[in-house]
Design a protein around this ligand. Structure first.
Ligand SMILES: *[C@@H]1O[C@H](CO)[C@@H](O)[C@H](O)[C@H]1NC(C)=O
Ligand SMILES: *[C@@H]1O[C@H](CO)[C@@H](O)[C@H](O)[C@H]1NC(C)=O
Length: 402
């Protein structure tokens, strides 16, 4: 502003000091200067305001950005965590599927056979291999399911005598009915439906066997019938009968005293067979003085005995039993029939501990079971209860792996 002032003064002097003119000009200029100053103040205020507003805005955006960044990183972490969890669940599912598939046992058994063949062929069974082979053998019946409950019951029909047995071949849909406690005839139906629709039990294919079956303890698996044959005062025999060709393919003696029977409440059950992917199981009493039920594992094709266990389950008050994945479930009742219940469990791999196996009550029903036959494909029991043919559907859970 100074140079402007000096210029104005010199200009005033040049114009011969016209005092009034100078004064007027000075006033005019002062007013202009004041106006300019006012406007400058205004601008200053405005810019100040803009500046603070800008600062506030910047602060706000910075905060918002910070918040967004945090949110993003937590979101990212969450996503990562979820991804890891999904992976884990997927792996667990794979494992559960591999372990619980009904074929798991068969696959292991096949592996064992393969290894045996390889070992013999190559002649290279070393000590280490032998140990593995032993371990593998002991795990052949290592299914991982136990029964957790009885989901439902279906009373299908009432045919035949109060005592008897019925079962379904897990590998076909065919149903076999054993009326009474012995005989040389069995009745075949194409399906459970076929059986439930039929009038009585004779309106189907009747199969005459070359010898009598003794007791409701037979088993049918993959087109073969396994039954107990016991002629008076003779040893017990297990017979393997081909249902397709109608011929006996094998028999095996069993060291059982003639008048011992496996379940105290069902004296007609000489011995009880169960067949599945793992082989053939036989529940029996070696002699009448033996208080506990014995279990034998047999080769389903050759009827060789592979191993024998004392189940430590008493025969007293037992009415039936069945085998699921290498675990025996013994069903007890009272002489005056009340509720049947699984009260003793025996696992050949010692993997099911008694605390883990629930006390399993059967739904309140008429009398007492003569037989209970487990079907591994359907996970259900075929029961014969006072002449009623009943299906129990089971719920399963995984064994706790120690
Ligand atoms: C079933 O067996 C009982 C006795 O065991 C017999 O009286 C009855 O006639 C049999 N029923 C049929 C349809 O064979
Ligand atoms: C039968 O089993 C019980 C356990 O339930 C056991 O204490 C007893 O020693 C067993 N008896 C024989 C003869 O094995």
């Amino acid at each position: 502003m100074k140079p402007l002032f000096v210029l104005l003064i010199s200009v005033a002097w040049t114009f011969t000091g016209a005092q009034h003119y100078y004064q007027g000009l000075m006033d005019y200029l002062e007013n202009r200067l004041l106006a300019i100053e006012d406007r400058m103040q205004l601008w200053h205020d405005l810019s100040q305001r803009y500046h603070t507003e800008m600062k506030d805005f910047k602060k706000l955006t910075a905060e918002a950005m910070g918040g967004l960044r945090n949110d993003h990183s937590t979101l990212f972490k969450d996503l990562e965590g979820a991804g890891v969890r999904v992976d884990r669940v997927e792996r667990e599912m794979d494992y559960v599927e591999a372990q619980t598939s009904p074929r798991a046992c068969a696959l292991k058994a096949e592996k064992v056979v393969e290894q045996e063949a390889w070992g013999l062929q190559e002649g290279r069974v070393e000590e280490e291999d032998e140990e593995e082979w032993e371990e593998l053998l002991s795990r052949v019946s290592d299914c991982v399911e136990i029964i957790s409950g009885i989901r439902s019951v279906k009373i299908l029909k009432r045919v035949g005598s109060p005592k008897g047995m019925w079962t379904r071949d897990p590998r076909s849909s065919k149903v076999y009915v054993f009326n009474g406690t012995s005989g040389d005839t069995i009745y075949q139906f194409d399906s459970v439906r076929d059986f439930s629709r039929s009038l009585g039990i004779t309106s189907s294919r009747n199969i005459r066997l070359p010898s009598d079956w003794s007791g409701p303890g037979s088993a049918v698996y993959n087109g073969f019938l396994y039954y107990i044959q016991q002629d008076s005062d003779m040893d017990v025999q297990v017979v393997r009968y081909d249902l397709l060709t109608g011929s006996v393919t094998d028999t095996a003696m069993f060291p059982v005293e003639s008048h011992a029977s496996v379940y105290n409440l069902n004296p007609e059950t000489v011995a009880d067979l169960a067949a599945d992917d793992e082989g053939l199981w036989l529940l029996y009493a070696p002699s009448d003085s033996e208080p506990n039920i014995s279990l034998a594992k047999m080769d389903a094709a050759t009827l060789d005995i592979e191993q024998i266990w004392d189940t430590r389950c008493p025969r007293e008050n037992a009415e039936a039993a069945f085998v699921v994945c290498g675990t025996v479930y013994v069903v007890y009742n009272t002489r005056l029939a009340s509720r049947s219940r699984v009260q003793c469990v025996f696992d050949v791999n010692d993997m099911v501990i008694s605390e883990e196996a629930p006390l399993l009550y059967f739904p309140r029903r008429y009398g007492a079971h003569t037989s209970l036959k487990y079907n591994p494909e359907e996970k259900q029991l075929y029961g014969w209860d006072d002449g009623y043919q009943i299906i129990y559907r089971l719920t399963m859970k995984r064994k706790l792996l120690a």
